[in-house]
Design a protein around this ligand. Structure first.
Ligand SMILES: [Mn+2]
Length: 241
């Protein structure tokens, strides 16, 4: 196939009272650099749009953003929970399930890992903040700066993509996966045990808790995640006549 089309799930911000849907330029550039054709997927039409969007894209990037609503994994809100945006949660969870049903590849980043885990039946830690013995997972430094170390498990898809046993990543999350969804497995962890990456057994979902799109310039392995997505989309995307 020529250039696979990669849908980038839109983020949301309120600017001067107006709701804006956007894609971080880092995701767009990383998809382009990996050989894909990026398009932005708005969540506004709700979960019904997810299937239609997958009819026009070959692969998906789930992007960073706010917290996942805890009632989606059966919990009440705890004091450390941040702002939630239920409309975005509903769309992205439908997108994950529809992509899994169709076998379309998904690269899930930061919040995207949390969305994917919840969509497939897992749960989250609502707030890592201040845990005894915990590492700094909300770094003060910029996204291009590598923070804590992540250990990558041998024999995993992630290991075959990164070709590294360990790497230092940026870290901008205060939530993390708790119970891992059936069908997913842990493929990387930080030294404090926090889950830093998940993957599915079928090789169609890679989810990382860090932001690879912000480290592409300084760490070549980060682009490999986007290359995996684009190459898998070229093989597993929409059927071409
Ligand atoms: Mn982290």
């Amino acid at each position: 196939m020529n250039q696979p089309v990669i849908g980038i799930a839109a983020g949301v911000a309120v600017v001067e009272g107006g709701e804006r849907l956007f894609a971080g330029a880092g995701y767009v550039r990383a998809v382009l650099q990996a050989g894909g054709c990026p398009v932005v997927l708005p969540f506004t039409g709700g979960s019904a749009q997810a299937g239609r969007h997958l009819a026009v894209v070959d692969g998906v990037v789930l992007t960073g953003g706010g917290d996942v609503a805890p009632w989606l994994y059966g919990e009440e809100p705890l004091p450390g929970l941040g702002a939630v945006w239920p409309e975005r949660d509903a769309y992205e969870m439908a997108l994950v399930r529809a992509a899994a049903a169709l076998g379309r590849p998904v690269l899930a980043v930061c919040r995207g890992l949390q969305v994917a885990n919840v969509a497939l039946g897992g749960t989250l830690r609502q707030d890592l903040g201040g845990r005894q013995g915990g590492l700094q997972h909300c770094q003060e430094s910029g996204g291009e700066v590598a923070g804590h170390t992540v250990a990558v498990k041998a024999g995993t898809l992630l290991h075959s993509v990164l070709r590294l046993d360990r790497l230092r990543t940026n870290s901008f999350h205060h939530q993390a996966a708790a119970a891992v969804a059936a069908g997913l497995r842990v493929c990387a962890q930080a030294a404090d045990g926090v889950i830093e990456a998940l993957e599915d057994a079928g090789g169609r979902l890679l989810a990382v808790q860090w932001h690879p799109e912000r480290m592409v310039a300084g760490e070549p392995a980060m682009l490999e995640l986007f290359r995996w997505l684009v190459n898998t989309a070229a093989n597993q995307g929409r059927r071409r006549e």
